[in-house]
Design a protein around this ligand. Structure first.
Ligand code: UD1
Length: 379
């Protein structure tokens, strides 16, 4: 049985790392299974082998290699180097390059994670070649088709044979879309595997920014928030006001940095309470936000990570595909207006915070469950 594991963009790397670790652990446990590593590409005894494909959707050191180093992911067997482009161009380039890999490797199964363009592109290629597709983080739905990720999620799930679900809403969503019970596996949240694994490994990782006193952390990169000039100015205006009460540390995504430079926003923050940082490696970022009083974000994964750590989170969006973080966790949807963000912050200042609890199966063992299920399917 040969697996191809696909990762392409920053939020994929923390999802693929625990799968690789679980595959390695399983191979030790089951002596008859031999996994082919980079260093011995054609291990003679292997019943199960895997190779890692990095599409190159993200390519800056801070967005890619820093995560491989931090998360101890071995060098990819294939680097497709597709880079940036419009959605069609990027998705098409990934498809063309990944199809070549599939022809060469003839895998039995392709494992894709998350909801980025690399996820949908590789799922589509595999399915058309008759290769089984496993999707990790299946079933999440925002019902907002203006989000490219929602399209990616829906198409990927439609094509997938094995659907690994992180929260219960995913089971219902997939059933409503006609997926069979036998293809859906509620395994818990793989992001949280990486979170717990790395919480104990922070000692020698560096971080930028604060450490004394209270502070907030901001991330912002969604095109709908950062591409329109007025929207970005409005959101950053609200953040600036929050900064006068609570210093804000802001690792800036390259897309956002570029937009801020174009509209002359970057210099406005010099010496002020909103501290712009470069994109941080996984452990440095974790070290920064784990002690924050408040996180503001439009990311998907950070909504989950803050829920797991019990940190209040303001999600700067109108909707979320991760409703368990609202219903059970510490997440609040504050919308995308300056007024919405500031009125939520007023409540926060009065101590009106959600306490939250950790959702079911967010226990650091999702990857073990996924690998056990995949091995059962192989038998
Ligand atoms: C992608 C994902 C998004 C995810 C985000 C995390 C899709 C549709 N979107 O969005 O779901 O939350 O990654 O970061 O797949 N760029 C660089 N260096 C890089 C990568 C990107 O400078 O290493 C810049 C380029 O200008 C590029 C832009 O960022 O055009 C956008 O990159 P892209 O991968 O298209 O989408 P993201 O906004 O990063």
């Amino acid at each position: 049985m040969k697996l191809l594991l696909v990762a392409g963009a920053r939020p994929n790397f923390m999802k693929i790392a625990p799968i690789i670790r679980a595959l390695r652990a399983k191979s030790k446990e089951l002596s008859e299974i031999c996994i082919s590593f980079n260093s011995m590409p054609s291990a003679p005894c292997s019943k199960l082998s895997w190779k890692l494909v990095h599409t190159g959707q993200h390519y800056d050191y801070e967005m890619s290699q820093a995560f491989f180093d931090d998360l101890e992911i071995n060098r990819p067997d294939y680097f497709l180097g597709v880079g940036s482009g419009s959605h069609a161009v990027q998705t098409a380039r990934i498809m063309i390059a990944f199809e070549e890999v599939c022809y060469k490797e003839r895998p039995d199964m392709v494992v894709v994670v998350g909801d980025v363009n690399s996820t949908v592109a590789c799922a589509l290629v595999a399915k058309k070649l008759g290769i089984g597709v496993a999707h990790v983080e299946a079933g999440l739905r925002s019902r907002d088709l203006t989000m490219p990720e929602e399209i990616n999620r829906m198409v990927t799930d439609l094509l997938s044979d094995w659907l690994f679900v992180s929260e219960k809403s995913g089971i219902e969503n997939l059933k409503k879309e006609g997926k069979s019970d036998s293809s859906i596996f509620f395994v818990g949240n793989i992001m949280i595997d990486t979170l717990y694994y790395n919480l104990n490994r922070l000692n020698d990782s560096t971080t930028h920014g604060p450490i004394d006193g209270d502070y907030a952390v901001l991330t912002l990169h969604r095109p709908s928030n950062v591409d329109p000039e007025n929207k970005l100015k409005e959101i950053m205006g609200a953040i600036f006001e929050i900064g006068s009460d609570l210093p804000v540390y802001f690792p800036v995504h390259p897309r956002t940095r570029e937009r801020m430079e174009v509209i002359g926003l970057v210099n406005k923050f010099d010496g002020g309470p909103v501290h712009l940082l470069p994109p941080l490696p996984y452990k440095s970022f974790l070290k920064l936000y784990k002690d924050a009083s408040l996180v503001l974000t439009d990311s998907g994964g950070l909504q989950e990570e803050t829920t797991a750590l019990g940190i209040p989170c303001f999600t700067i969006r109108e909707n979320t595909e991760r409703p368990v973080t609202i219903e059970e966790g510490t997440n609040t949807l504050v919308g995308v207006t300056g007024g919405g963000i500031l009125s939520a912050f007023e409540k926060f200042k009065k101590g009106e915070n959600k306490r939250g609890r950790i959702p079911e199966l967010w226990d650091g063992k999702a990857a073990e469950r996924i690998v056990s299920i995949l091995l059962r399917k192989i038998d």
